[in-house]
Each structure stands twice: as C-alpha cells, then as structure tokens.
Design a protein around this ligand. Structure first.
Ligand code: HEC
Ligand code: HEC
Ligand code: HEC
Ligand code: HEC
Ligand code: HEC
Length: 483
C-alpha cells in the first residue's frame, strides 16, 4: 500500500505541471467533442465542409497535441525537480513492477484501458479524416472559389457519383502520397492567392489516364459503334429543330479478344502506341506523330511545311497518347451556350413554344457580366424583360413558362461562366470532335504524312462516323433505319 501511494504520489508530482494539465484538458475536451461529432454524423446527413474540417481535422489534431503534451510536461517537470535538489536516486529509480501487487495491477488496467480508448478515438478520427479528404465535398467545396467551376461542372456530368480522387489520384499508396505533398503546395498557393486563373490545362503531371479510367472502363468493355443523335435548334421565331443521327466508330477490343477495331483500338489498345509532339503548351498544334503497330512497325508522320522537332526535344516532350488526349473534358465540361440551349430545348420541348427562345437565350448568356451571381440574375431578368416588352400576351398568359425558360437559361450561365476564375466555355478546348475546337483534326487533317507518302492521318468524313440521317426536320425513326 505504502509503495503504491509513494509511486502514485511521485507520478502526480511529475504530472503536476502546466503543460501536462493543459494536455489532459485538451485531450479530454477534444475527445468528447470528436465523439459527439461522430455520433451526430450518424444521425444528421450534413455535408458542410466547415463542420467536417473541424470534426475530422482540427479536433483530431488538438487531441494529438494534448496527448503529446502529457508526457512532455512530465519529462520537463521531472528535470525541473531534479534541478531543484531532489536526489536523482529518489526520483530516477524505476519502480519495481510487481504484478502480485493488486494496486499496481489496477493502475496498469487503468493505463491500458485509457490508452486503448485513445487509440480507438485517434484511429477512428484518422480514418474519417482520410475518408473525408477523399470526398468530392473536400476537393470541390473547401477552396470554393478556386474549384467552383470544376465542382459545378462535375455535379452535372456523367461522373457526378465518381469521386474526384478516382481520376485525379487513382489506386495505390505512391500516388496517394504524391497527391498529399502536391496538396500542401496547393494549400500554400490558395493561402497566398497565387494560383492561376483559370487553372491552366492540360495538367502536365496528371497520372497516366489508363491507370485511372480503366478501373471502370476496361478495354474489353469497349466495342461496337455508338449511336448519336444530335438535335439542333435554329435561332428563328419558331426555334426550328433539325436532327442528325450518326454511328461513331468508337470500337475497341484487342487482338487477344479477337474482336477489335475503331477509334479506341487504333489509338490505345493491342500495343498500338501513338506518341506525338505539340508545339504549344495546350497540345493543340501537333507537328509530329509516331505510330507503333502491334507487329512492331514504326511510322512517323510529319507536316510538309513544318520543321520536325529535334530528337532531344522529342525525348523530353513527346507524349504517349492516352484517354485524356481525346477525353480531356470527361467531367469538367463548360458547355457552349449554343449546345446547352439545344439540350435544354430537346429535354423540355414545351420551351420551344416561346418565340425566339434560342436566340434570346444565346444573347443573354453571351452577355458580359462582372460576377457569377450578377450574370445569373441578369440572364434571368433579360429573358423576362424580352417577353414582357415584345410579347406581352405571352408574358402574362404563359407567365409560368416564361419564368421556367428564364430560370433554365440562367442555370446554363451559372454552369459555364465563372468570372472570378476567368472560366467560360472557351477557356478549355475540348478534344472530342472537330466542330468547335481542333480536336481530332489536330492530327486528322490529311497533312500529317509519312515521308514516303504511303500513310496519311485521314480526314475523310466516314473515317470516324457514318451519317444515318442528316438535318431531318423530325426526330429520325430508328426502326425504319434498321430495315
Ligand atoms: C472522370 C474523371 C474525373 C473526375 C471524377 C474529376 N476530374 Fe478533374 N479532371 C479530369 C481530367 C481528365 C482533367 C484534365 C484536363 C486536362 O488535363 O486537360 C481534370 C482537370 C481538373 C482541373 C484542372 C482545370 C480544368 O478545368 O481542367 C481541376 C481543378 C479539377 N479537375 C478538379 C476536380 C475536382 C474538384 C473534382 C471532384 C469534384 C474532379 N476534378 C473530378 C478528370 C476528372
Ligand atoms: C469510378 C469509375 C469511373 C472512373 C474512374 C471513370 N469513369 Fe467514366 N464513367 C463512369 C460511369 C459510371 C459512367 C456513366 C455510364 C453511363 O451513364 O452509362 C461513365 C461515363 C463515361 C463516358 C461517357 C460519357 C457520356 O457522355 O455518356 C466517358 C467518355 C468516360 N466515362 C470517360 C472516362 C475517362 C476519360 C476517365 C478517366 C479520366 C473515366 N471515364 C474514369 C465511371 C468511371
Ligand atoms: C482517339 C480519341 C480517343 C481516345 C484516345 C479514347 N477515346 Fe473514348 N471515345 C472517343 C470518341 C470519339 C467517343 C465517342 C464520343 C461521343 O459520344 O461523341 C468515345 C467514347 C467513349 C466512351 C463512351 C462509351 C462508348 O464506348 O461508346 C467511353 C466510356 C470512353 N470513350 C472511354 C475511354 C477511355 C477509358 C479511354 C482510355 C483508355 C478512351 N476512351 C480513349 C475517342 C477516344
Ligand atoms: C495525336 C494524333 C491523333 C489524334 C489527336 C487523333 N488521332 Fe486518330 N489516328 C492517329 C493515327 C496516327 C492513326 C493511324 C493512321 C494510319 O492509318 O496510318 C489514327 C487512326 C484513326 C482511325 C482509324 C483510321 C483507319 O484507317 O481506319 C480512326 C477512326 C481515328 N483515328 C479516329 C480519331 C478520332 C475520332 C479522333 C478525335 C477524337 C482522333 N482519331 C484523334 C492519330 C491521331
Ligand atoms: C478523325 C475523326 C473524324 C473525322 C475525320 C470527321 N469527323 Fe465529324 N465527328 C467526329 C467526332 C468524334 C464527332 C462527335 C463529336 C461529339 O461528340 O460532339 C463528330 C461530329 C460531327 C458532326 C456533328 C456535330 C454537331 O455537334 O452537330 C458533324 C456534322 C460532323 N462530325 C461532320 C463531319 C464531316 C462533314 C467530316 C468530313 C469533312 C467529318 N465530320 C470528319 C470525328 C470525325
């Protein structure tokens, strides 16, 4: 008994210092708060980045600081006591651990129990912190001005249920670590306000896309053609529609599967390897292309008028083509107002009853506005004003429809224009297609050819697609096409 009291006394003696007491209080308070937050999280479906940062990152950090402060205080105070004259013999002797002593056993159980609880609290909160850092809310909403354009476009894309990290980091520890180190650099840039506006693309150190995209879109999944129907609306009073249907030869497969061909197969599968050199940062002016075929033949395509790049430059800068050389906007697409309005009219045909809706929508969305919110409000107001000035009967009889049209047009603006970040539909060229940006014709322009003229990267219209219907005034009847 006496020995136990003595060792407890010594322990409290050491622990009796400001740092340790501070540590105990900090650990206890943050542990209690973490537990409350985690329990609250189970019952309330909240997606607030600030509460999440507090409960998953700040509190666990305080908890850890408190935990470290306890032994630090003890160690320091012990040295102070020694310096103050307490004999080293008296203080420094390690207690003899005799587990036959019931008090020592009880003390050991208490210490082990507390350590276990601490480990559970710390482990859980670390897990939750990592899980949270992987969530789109963290990536997209925490630095909300910076990521707002990408986060908004993402929410409206086919990948809106795919986490940012699945494309931006992908599986495996090395890329996870790399991304966290890079994250620190980004946090610094945000704090110092020194990030570029818009965030420039292409992202030069993006993980090779096949290691990320193919987690979900694996090679054997690509096959056959893809049917696309384009609905386009005129800017006349009736918003006259016209429809085209085409088969896009997306293809895929591989020699091993025995079924192969088409766009995906040619550029990425079965050891087809395409490398290219672009004269500009944005990879839009392609001056040199090399194709290695599955049987090892290497073809080099160059342009007549342009000097081919020096071989040292090629070593350094030639890029192996992967998914993002075509699909560079699979998720962050800021749609052209023209196409966004077409899509709107296609999905909500009742809006076509509003005279000149397409023309007025275009005019309003393309206007020059100083901020995101002013733009959203102005687009809506301009459409309302147009109908109340020019078509007062419609404005009053179909007030609901006019309101819906104005609202939808302002949403299109809100999805694609972000003056704070200098982003709109023109900032990031889209490499799929060829109508609005160079896209496929960066290479497929009939001018990149092998030196012997044997091979040219073809521009013929049926290389990539076959038109089934062109500019039909009515939606094509696909059953008729089958015959
Ligand atoms: C389906 C895959 C995918 C998902 C999911 C995804 N991204 Fe991206 N993101 C890309 C690709 C590919 C690029 C590269 C574009 C380039 O290099 O030209 C990119 C580029 C970016 C850029 C650079 C600027 C720009 O507009 O291209 C930012 C910022 C960004 N992503 C943030 C996010 C955030 C935040 C999320 C989650 C809310 C997210 N991304 C989810 C594929 C994805
Ligand atoms: C975690 C899974 C996942 C990852 C990773 C992923 N995707 Fe997807 N992708 C999907 C899903 C799910 C869809 C939607 C399929 C649907 O709607 O039928 C989709 C659709 C697409 C589409 C068709 C879009 C459309 O308009 O129909 C393209 C193109 C695409 N993904 C490209 C990519 C590219 C490029 C990457 C890598 C940068 C990538 N995906 C990464 C799951 C993923
Ligand atoms: C040479 C350009 C090119 C490359 C490289 C490319 N794609 Fe595609 N992909 C296309 C085109 C074009 C389409 C059809 C787009 C459309 O719907 O208008 C397409 C369609 C798709 C689709 C939609 C579903 C389908 O097959 O019909 C998915 C998913 C897809 N690609 C994923 C990928 C992935 C993953 C990679 C990388 C492994 C990749 N693509 C590489 C050009 C490319
Ligand atoms: C970096 C250059 C490059 C880009 C960009 C590119 N291609 Fe290609 N493509 C090639 C090369 C090289 C070949 C092989 C040409 C040959 O037959 O010698 C090829 C071949 C093809 C073929 C097969 C042609 C045939 O002879 O059957 C199709 C289809 C095709 N590409 C579609 C596309 C589409 C669609 C896009 C845009 C989404 C695109 N390509 C973008 C380089 C490119
Ligand atoms: C190298 C491949 C390639 C070649 C060559 C090509 N196209 Fe295309 N084209 C595409 C792809 C890919 C799309 C789909 C774009 C998209 O997904 O929006 C497309 C889309 C189109 C569209 C629909 C545009 C829209 O949005 O309404 C038209 C029209 C078109 N092509 C016409 C042509 C004509 C005419 C030629 C011949 C001069 C041609 N294409 C040659 C790849 C090609």
């Amino acid at each position: 008994m006496a020995r136990f009291t003595r060792s407890m006394g010594r322990f409290f003696n050491y622990a009796n210092n400001l740092i340790t007491v501070f540590g105990v209080i900090l650990t206890t308070i943050s542990a209690v708060l973490i537990i409350i937050f985690v329990i609250a999280e189970l019952f309330v479906e909240a997606d607030n980045p600030y509460t999440a940062i507090l409960s998953y990152m700040i509190l666990p950090a305080l908890f850890l600081v408190g935990l470290l402060a306890i032994p630090l205080g003890i160690w320091r105070h012990r040295r102070v006591l020694i310096a103050g004259g307490a004999t080293e013999q008296e203080l420094g002797r390690y207690p003899r651990l005799d587990f036959n002593d019931p008090h020592l056993r009880r003390l050991a159980v208490v210490i082990l129990g507390l350590t276990g609880i601490n480990a559970i609290i710390f482990g859980t909160s670390t897990y939750l912190a990592i899980d949270y850092m992987e969530s789109p809310t963290f990536c997209g909403a925490v630095c909300h001005t910076v990521m707002k354009p990408e986060y908004t476009a993402y929410g409206d894309s086919p990948h809106s249920r795919v986490h940012c990290v699945e494309c931006h980091i992908g599986p495996g520890a090395p890329w996870f670590a790399r991304s966290k180190i890079d994250g620190l650099r980004q946090v610094w840039k945000v704090a110092a306000q020194s990030y570029s506006r818009p965030i420039s693309t292409p992202i030069h150190d993006l993980r090779p896309a096949r290691e990320t995209c193919e987690q979900c879109h694996w090679p054997a999944k690509h096959h056959g053609d893809k049917l696309r129907i384009f609905a386009r609306f005129d800017t006349d009073e009736a918003n006259t529609p016209s429809y085209s249907a085409m088969l896009l030869k997306t293809g895929g497969g591989s020699l091993d599967l025995g079924r192969y061909g088409g766009i995906h197969w040619w550029h990425i599968y079965s050891d087809n390897r395409i490398r290219y050199f672009a004269a500009d940062e944005r990879r839009q002016e392609i001056t040199w292309v090399e194709l290695t075929t599955p049987d090892g033949e290497v073809r080099t395509y160059t342009r007549d008028e342009a000097e081919p790049p020096a071989s040292a430059l090629l070593e350094e800068k030639a890029r192996v083509m992967d998914c993002v050389d075509c699909h560079n906007r699979p998720t962050h697409l800021f749609p052209l107002p023209d196409y966004a309005l077409d899509e709107l009219l296609e999905n909500r045909p009742e809006l076509a009853a509003l005279p000149y809706f397409k023309r007025e929508g275009l005019r309003a969305i393309r206007g020059d506005y100083t901020t995101h919110q002013i733009g959203i409000d102005s687009v809506r107001q301009e459409i309302l004003d147009f109908y109340s000035t020019n078509y007062p009967e419609i404005a009053s009889e179909k007030a609901k429809l006019v309101e819906a049209g104005a609202e939808a047009a302002s949403e299109i603006f809100g999805r694609s224009v972000f003056p704070d970040m200098g982003v709109d539909w023109e900032t990031h060229p889209n490499n799929i297609g060829h109508e609005d940006f160079p896209g496929c014709t960066r290479c497929h322009d009939d001018e990149l050819a092998t030196a012997d003229g044997e091979h040219v990267i073809p521009e013929d219209c049926d290389t990539c697609h076959t038109f089934l219907v062109e500019d039909s005034p009515t939606l094509p009847d696909l059953e008729l096409l089958v015959d």
